[in-house]
Each structure stands twice: as C-alpha cells, then as structure tokens.
Write a new protein. Structure first.
Length: 243
C-alpha cells in the first residue's frame, strides 16, 4: 500500500475514535467492503448508508461525498458509489484494512470522563490487539508529544514495540528487532503495570517474539505467526492500584 493511502486510512480511523459521524462513515465503508468482495463494486447510496444511524445519515453522506476514497455516480435517482479508480491497484489492501477498522470500532466506546492520556492508551491497546500497528503509532505519538518524564518514556516504548511489529509486517526484520529491544527497555521498569496498562505478561510475550525472531533467517520472517504477538490489556483502576 502506498504511504499516502496508508496515511489517509489511518487518519480516518483516528478521527473515527473521537467523532461519531466519522465512526458512522467508517462503518459504512467497512460494510461496503464486506459486501463488494463478492458483488459489483458499485452500490446504491441508500444501501451504502444503511449502517449509519438514520438520524445522522445526512451528516455521514456529506462526509462520504467529500472522502477521496470514493467515486460518485449521480445517475439513477440518488446515485451509486464505488471506490475511486485512483486506488484501483490497492483495492484489495484498502478493503481488508477498512474491514479491520470496522471490527475494531465495534469494541470502542468513547469515555468523555477519561483523561486524554487514558483515552490515548485505551485506543492504543485496542488497535494493538487488532494488529493495527501503524495506527497505534499515530494515536500514541499524538499524546507522547504532550508527556514528560517517565510517562513520555513509557509512551515511546509502546510506540517502538508497535512500530517494530509494523516493520515485521513489511519484511524489515532488522528494524523490528532493534525497536523491540529499545521499546522493551523503556517499559520494563514499570512492571507489573503503569498508567493502567498491564506490563509484566505483555513483556514476557514480546520477549518470546524477539527471541524467536532472532532465530529466523531474513527469508523466513514472513512465516512468523501473528498469533504469537501478545495482546495488551488495559486494567481498571482498582487492579492498577492493587499492582
């Protein structure tokens, strides 16, 4: 996938985690991608908008009409919509990513009472567990720039681990190993938990990954099973305090 396309998709997801209208837009895109895998890529606008709440469809339609991913054909009543031909060579990757985004959104509940720091970490945990590693970088870096001291170092460590697995997915084994080492070193002093994020078990899993990756030859890195990548856990305040 082109970098510009990757960034466009990630920006849409990051906004969707904060903005209900963009979240509805993304759900429409995800449902569309699920459907057109087995049908014509052209879809009537009314059908395209079905995943959006009825009361918000006009707002979602306005956002969709402006979104660069889509192409609109006004003929035949309200018209049809399809993915823009500009992205034709990337359609399969785009559709897979948007479906992944839609799945992640089903588990996201905004918390207006939480601090921006806590919300950033909640987003990071969710996206990490959906293996959306570049997107983890995007949401955590936006908060990292506002942090100081050990909290800033902790955020950087999480970012480095996420980017390490992103590099692994792009066949950059050396970069992945280097960032895993750096990231582990930054978050390890905060075991067993820090800022509501469970650290001990996560680090055990990351170290297992690192050790196994060290044994791979470069041509074998694509065989590393994604299910071995550990999950992150966000703990509630009572568990964190007990830690």
């Amino acid at each position: 996938m082109k970098i510009t396309t990757r960034d466009l998709l990630a920006d849409t997801l990051v906004e969707a985690l904060e903005n209900p209208a963009t979240a509805a837009l993304l759900r429409c895109l995800a449902a569309y991608c699920q459907t057109v895998r087995q049908t014509s890529p052209s879809m009537a606008v009314e059908r395209f908008l079905q995943p959006a709440p009825e009361t918000g469809r006009e707002r979602v339609l306005t956002l969709l009409e402006k979104h660069p991913l889509l192409s609109w054909d006004p003929r035949g009543g309200s018209g049809d919509v399809t993915l823009s031909s500009v992205f034709a060579s990337e359609w399969n990757e785009i559709m897979a990513k948007l479906i992944q985004y839609g799945s992640a959104l089903t588990e996201w509940t905004p918390d207006e009472t939480a601090s921006t720091q806590t919300n950033a970490l909640r987003k990071g945990v969710l996206l990490f567990n959906y293996r959306l590693f570049f997107e983890v970088h995007e949401v955590l870096e936006a908060q990292w720039v506002n942090e100081t001291g050990e909290e800033k170092r902790f955020f950087q460590g999480l970012i480095q681990i996420a980017v390490a697995f992103y590099h692994l997915g792009n066949n950059n084994l050396r970069g992945a190993l280097s960032l895993l080492q750096d990231g582990m070193a930054k978050i390890a002093p905060h075991r067993p938990a820090f800022l509501g994020v469970e650290i001990h078990d996560f680090l055990v899993g990351v170290q297992i990954c690192r050790d196994e990756l060290r044994q791979l030859r470069p041509e074998e890195q694509t065989d590393f099973p994604a299910e071995k990548i550990p999950r992150l856990r966000f703990l509630d305040e009572s568990v964190t305090a007990a830690s």
